[in-house]
Ligand binder design. Sequence first.
Ligand code: FDA
Length: 396
Amino acid sequence: MAPTHNVPTHDVIVLGAGAAGLFCAGLAGQRGKRVALLDHADAPGKKILISGGGRCNFTNLYTAPDRYLSENPHFARSALSRYTPADFIALVERYGIAWHEKTLGQLFCDGSAKQIVAMLVEECAAGGVNLRLGAQVGGVEHADGLFRVQFGSETLIAPALVIATGGPAIPKLGATGFAYDLARKFGLKVVQPRPALVPLTLSGEEALFRELSGVSAEVVAHCGKAAFREAALFTHRGLSGPAILQVSSYWRHGGCVEIDFLPDQPQDWLLAAKRERPRLALAKALGAALPERLAVRLAEHVGIEGELGQTQDKALRGAETQLRRWRFAPSGSEGFAKAEVTAGGISTAGLSSRTMGAQAVPGLYAVGEAVDVTGWLGGYNFQWAWASAYAAAVAI
Ligand code: FDA
């Protein structure tokens, strides 16, 4: 039946059938709401399917507000405390999905990310959600307390609208900046979006690293006050690997990144090596702590060629300091095409941290990556998607 202009077709329209939209729609439906869930893609949850190397790192046991970046670092606290990793694990277990902790609290499916998408779609079915895919969301209007959304040739009408269309990271998966345009239309501010969890690129001066393409090493990467001990991977264009992806979220153009190549070695390690094995060359000494190609290149770069026993203590101390505090200025990042998430987004200043509702527009909500809350690598972003979606779903 064609809708009449002022008669709601649904209680809530959710835009975006990704992690946050699917979860929010399913919950709201199961709470008795008539929900429409709309996406321009031809299938739901495409990012979930490729996440975690196809096994979906669906949460992190160490979820805490200080593992999220936002202009308001306290904003995520409320939602994260009301829907926790344990809550999502309980849901996953209810569906009989086997999982394991890989490292650092990161939980993955034993089988496939497809199981998480199937679970979320089933949750939507249990809530009677009207899931509509493969058409463009056209105009979105708001008048008399109702939102009117053009979807293909249809008009859907509801007193509540949830923006869950994510951010522009990986456009080839259907990611867009639609959430920001819509938010601005409703008077919400947008914190400048930027690629995050993204490989960093290097200019000519740091050619040292490019020669090492394919080599990886356990390091501590620092950017400002943030520090991550994980693997760094040298690439043709610069640096990647978990330690670099993590610091990339904190890095700003023109800023520096610092790497400690000797996280496991005690202070004055090279002096001790000189005493114990004076005939050793620096490259060989470094080879005990680092992959050989990297050890050779770093030794050349700090300019110590002779045996440790013939090198002055002062020079060895200087070399060690350089290896512990290798500072460089990335020329850029690999951009939204390679970013795992978008930092920035719809400003939390106009949103309620309890409900994710827009303070100035009753009935309007924003959840997931569209919002200026960005998690660390390792399941934190999905946990934000679930928690923010839950906050909205119980408030609608
Ligand atoms: P999401 O991007 O999932 O969904 C948005 C939906 O909106 C999409 O379905 C899209 O088609 C739709 N949409 C966009 N524009 C639209 C428009 N104009 N009209 C209609 N629909 C529109 N996180 C994590 O915690 N663990 C992990 O293992 C990984 N792994 C990972 C790997 C890769 C390669 C990427 C790119 C990302 C990850 N992430 C991750 C991040 C995680 O995928 C991301 O944070 C969540 O998917 C965000 O969920 P949302 O629902 O907010 O957006």
